[in-house]
Design a protein around this ligand. Structure first.
Ligand SMILES: [Fe+2]
Length: 397
């Protein structure tokens, strides 16, 4: 046990995907696994780029081996709108199951399609908490990024209405089967490896320090932090390093389990408007914010942040608890620089005059804010946005 670990068993309820298969070349197990689902067609939900690749071809081949027919929906975009789930849901009405292949967006649209096909109406009707009445047609998740952890979460996030972003949150949309094949992630370009990996790291970190964390979720958060911090730079620099890809996919999966049970915090509330207003990718939005949100939170749970800093490679053991906790800020900024990620909102093209309405919009993403370890309101959110906007403009790092 390291210096800052506090051992106390907090009560928990644990629930995850019906079955998880992890390992290189496990996509080949798909035909056997499909025997466990009701007979009928399969809807593949993916994005246009991926549908032209070997990966979707391979999925189709495995479905054909199983003797099933398939329908392909490849209209998923980054930061998907809720209407995509409606369109995929219409197609899913003639299918026995839905397979999401891709990043979190594709898996989320697959979840939404299952809901619409099974319970009617529009996906928009189910945005909120526990609005899905029961499980619908089965959902299979085949991630090709090591990021969202959507393969094990009860959430599907969409843009809806006018510049709003929110989720369908229900245990009934946790996938029935997740196939985690690290070989499917080796073709992910470095920039996406970095941004999706930072999303996974943010899940691990925010779930660990969250007010709703428990003994079980903390275990997953910490292991995820170790795996992601050990592998993210290597996966970015050497894309075909399969061990690093395995570490990242395992890490993002564990972080997904952690966030499914402990939730996330203020960084996610603040990243949502950046996606909704400017289409800034979720991973990029989280990565630019997380050092600054962590700096704000550190004094609320210093023993936790000190441990995180140590896992992220800071020499935290030789520091006071306070200094060790704050060193998480340096650790996260070093990651952004090494991964060549933007460090300020100005770099991302966010107009300075928008900061007040971004803060007002983040304030509406209430659940993660209430789960943040330190109390946070409009003023604090605005100040953090301002700090991130100006970061690096006056002095270098
Ligand atoms: Fe996320």
């Amino acid at each position: 046990m390291t210096l800052w670990e506090v051992f106390e068993i907090k009560p928990f309820i644990f629930r995850t995907a019906g079955k998880v298969i992890f390992g290189a070349r496990t996509l080949r197990k798909l035909p056997d696994e499909l025997k466990n689902f009701p007979p009928g067609k399969v809807l593949i939900v993916t994005d246009e780029n991926l549908s032209k690749t070997e990966i979707v071809e391979h999925v189709i081949r495995e479905i054909e081996i199983s003797g099933r027919e398939h329908i392909l929906y490849d209209g998923v975009t980054p930061e998907p709108r809720v209407e995509q789930a409606d369109r995929a849901g219409e197609l899913a009405k003639e299918c026995a199951l839905v397979i999401g292949v891709g990043g979190g967006s594709s898996i989320d649209v697959a979840k939404g399609a299952s809901v619409v096909a099974s319970h009617g109406g529009k996906a928009r009707d189910y945005i909120g908490v526990n609005k899905v009445p029961r499980r619908g047609i089965p959902i299979v998740a085949i991630p090709t990024t090591a990021g969202t952890g959507s393969e094990v979460t009860p959430t599907a996030v969409f843009l809806f209405d006018e510049r709003k972003k929110g989720g369908i949150n229900s245990p009934h949309i946790i996938p029935d089967l997740a196939i985690l094949d690290p070989e499917l992630t080796v073709t992910l370009p470095p920039s996406l490896t970095a941004s999706t990996g930072m999303d996974a790291l943010t899940h691990a970190l925010e779930s660990y320090v969250a007010r709703s964390s428990n003994s079980m979720s903390e275990m997953f958060s910490l292991e995820a932090l170790k795996l992601i911090s050990q592998n993210i730079r290597i996966a970015y620099a050497v894309p075909d390093n399969i061990e690093a890809r395995e570490g990242m996919l395992f890490g993002s999966f564990l972080a997904g389990i952690a966030l499914a049970h402990a939730g996330v915090g203020a960084c996610h509330s603040m990243s949502y408007p950046l996606g909704a207003f400017y289409g800034i990718g979720h991973g990029l939005a989280n990565s630019v914010l997380i050092p600054h949100v962590s700096l704000y939170n550190a004094i609320a749970v210093p023993h936790k942040y000190a441990l995180v800093a140590s896992i992220l490679g800071e020499k935290a053991e030789n520091l006071s608890l306070r200094d060790a906790a704050f060193s998480v800020y340096d650790a996260l900024l070093k990651l952004l620089y090494d991964l060549n990620l933007p460090v300020s909102l100005a770099d991302l093209g966010v107009p300075e005059e928008d900061l007040p309405r971004l803060a007002a919009s983040a304030l509406e993403v209430e659940r993660p804010l209430a789960n943040n370890p330190r109390r946070i309101g409009y003023e604090e959110i605005y100040n953090i946005y301002r700090e991130v906007y100006n970061f690096g403009r006056e002095e270098g790092f």
